[in-house]
Design a protein around this ligand. Structure first.
Ligand code: FMN
Length: 204
């Protein structure tokens, strides 16, 4: 069964460059047969956090928040694409992530960072690992850092520098290992609730 991955991207700038990196990852996941949804903060425009999604009743929840919750809930894991703003993550990304909670649990995340300079956003990466751990979606050991993002990909997300096409393979291999392992465990736990005679069928 193919994996379902949500790519989460949060830069609210009109001239944002990181959308190219997000499109690159979406494309690479689709080529690997993932069901992929891009959760782009600019598309969903969630408000600055007042109430978390779980605090709304079903009737009162803003439709865009429900849409994001459903995407995250259906996902087996997440690829987070983050710029580095003042050595940390963009406020738009943090705001998007903070609205949700149970949607992340027992699923892995993989971190892509980028910057205009030579360091590829590695200082945001350190911050993001701690945030994701607290959200309940621990990040895989490997990370994918992109330096000089403005010239690394074209507008459709194709790599201009061939090294990105090569490096992304190991990164996504590792993400898939964790996403598949945790999906099996989540599904086994669900199947444990079935009567013994139906557990094998449930596990497929
Ligand atoms: C508010 C702000 C803070 C930034 N801080 C950093 C930084 O700490 N380190 C860095 O390498 N680049 C920094 N930059 C440059 C970004 O790496 C570059 O503008 C990048 O394209 C931002 O991502 P975006 O275009 O997707 O919004 C900063 C840019 C902005 C707008």
């Amino acid at each position: 069964m193919s994996l379902n991955t949500a790519v989460i991207y949060g830069s609210a700038r009109q001239d944002r460059q990181g959308i190219k990196a997000a499109r690159f990852i979406v494309q690479k996941l689709a080529e690997r047969d993932h069901s992929v949804a891009l959760v782009d903060s600019q598309e969903y425009q969630l408000p600055l956090l007042d109430k978390m999604y779980k605090e709304f009743s079903a009737e009162d929840a803003p439709p865009k928040m429900t849409a994001v919750s459903e995407i995250l809930d259906a996902a087996d894991g997440f690829v987070i694409v983050s710029a580095e703003y003042n050595h940390s993550v963009p406020a738009a990304l943090k705001n998007l992530l903070d609205h949700f909670q149970s949607e992340y649990l027992y699923k892995p995340s993989a971190i892509v960072t980028y910057s205009a300079g030579p360091f590829g956003g590695v200082r945001a990466l350190v911050n993001l690992r701690a945030i994701l751990a607290e959200l309940g979606t621990p990040s895989i050991p490997s990370a994918f850092a992109v330096s000089q993002v403005y010239k690394a990909f074209d507008d459709d997300g194709n790599a201009i520098e061939a090294s990105y096409d090569r490096r992304v393979v190991k990164f996504l291999d590792e993400y898939e290992w964790y996403a598949d392992a945790l999906r099996r465990k989540r599904s086994a736990t669900e199947c444990d609730k079935e009567p013994p005679a139906q557990q094998a069928q449930c596990r497929g």
